[in-house]
Design a protein around this ligand. Structure first.
Ligand SMILES: NC(=O)c1ccc[n+]([C@@H]2O[C@H](COP(=O)([O-])OP(=O)(O)OC[C@H]3O[C@@H](n4cnc5c(N)ncnc54)[C@H](OP(=O)(O)O)[C@@H]3O)[C@@H](O)[C@H]2O)c1
Length: 281
């Protein structure tokens, strides 16, 4: 077995943590890279990159949202230092003009990163997931929900088939360790679209805590985030993510989990319950 570690860039995040854990469970050498990872890595400080990439032949890459050029530079550097295989986390719908609204910084960043891995000499696989189930339990919505029992976001009545981050990690690990995934782009979703109100009802049923949805305008949402200390660029990127939900563009189901793994994606309620059980230990 190779002694070269697989590097999980963004390995402390929602998907990266799961990718790293699955690789370690298989007994594979793995290192996480981020500002607080096993290997200190900062996207905004390229003097940290070489040490993070040392000895690495395979990598899972979570880019820094809203940046153009950084992932391309990292991929070029990594390839020069011996990287052979990369799995890139992108996002569903970035190939559809206007999907994330006009002049989306997030879409521009993901498209640029995708172009870079496709143009490289690496074995590459691109994952394009939709909204994660875990946004409600670990990610951007968790704190507001825990503190207030309410989620005030500009998602209208739109529905989306939320995807389990565990499924994303399973596809990433298959692509990092198995054959038949090179040159593939997997669009990943869960099995059924849910409105935010429906999703929150399932979260509430699983956690036993209130979780009410109040739709707000994009302007109110962005102003609220900025007032709470979120920088304006990040606030705009969060709102861009919700644009396709409120405009109805996120409702379709994608078959990437089935194509990559030969099994259906996990359902919303099952994933929330599994995460809660795992957290209890
Ligand atoms: N959330 C969703 O529903 C969703 C859906 C589709 C696509 N995506 C895409 O998934 C990606 C991750 O989004 P997420 O919200 O779920 O975040 P996340 O992966 O849970 O967290 C972000 C990761 O990036 C690391 N990071 C942040 N700033 C960094 C920096 N300057 N240098 C190095 N590492 C840094 C963080 O670790 P440290 O804090 O330790 O540095 C963390 O590991 C984004 O590209 C997003 O567009 C998300």
């Amino acid at each position: 077995m190779s002694t070269h570690p697989i590097l999980v860039i963004g390995g402390t995040g929602i998907t990266g943590r799961r990718v790293a854990a699955r690789l370690a469970d298989r007994g594979l050498p793995v290192a996480t890279a981020s500002r607080s990872g096993d290997r200190r890595f900062d996207w905004t400080d390229d003097t940290t990159w070489d040490a993070a990439l040392d000895g690495v032949r395979g990598a899972y890459v979570v880019s820094l949202d809203g940046t153009v050029g950084l992932t391309a530079a990292l991929v070029e550097r990594a390839e020069a230092r011996g990287l052979e295989r990369v799995v890139l986390l992108s996002a569903r719908g970035i190939d559809i003009p206007g999907h994330y609204g006009d002049d989306s910084m997030a879409a521009a960043g993901h498209l640029d990163a995708e172009r870079a891995v496709r143009a490289s000499g690496l074995e590459w696989t691109i994952l394009r997931p939709g909204w994660f189930i875990q946004n409600f339990t670990e990610g951007i919505f968790r704190d507001e929900l825990t503190e207030t029992g309410e989620l005030r976001i500009p998602a209208g009545d739109g529905a989306t088939p939320y995807i389990d981050a565990g499924d994303i990690a399973d596809v990433a690990v298959a692509a990092l360790t198995g054959d038949g995934h090179a040159g593939r782009t997997y669009e990943l979703s869960g099995p059924r679209p849910l409105t935010v109100a429906e999703a929150l009802a399932e979260v509430s049923a699983a956690t036993g805590r209130p979780a009410r949805y109040t739709p707000v305008s994009p302007e109110e949402y962005i102003d609220g985030l900025v007032a709470a200390g979120v920088d304006p660029v990040t606030a705009k990127i969060y709102d861009e993510g919700l644009h396709p939900v409120r405009t109805g563009g996120e409702a379709r189901v994608s078959d990437g989990v089935e194509r990559a793994l030969g099994r259906p994606p996990r359902d919303f309620a099952a994933a929330v319950r599994a995460d809660l059980e795992a957290a209890r230990g």
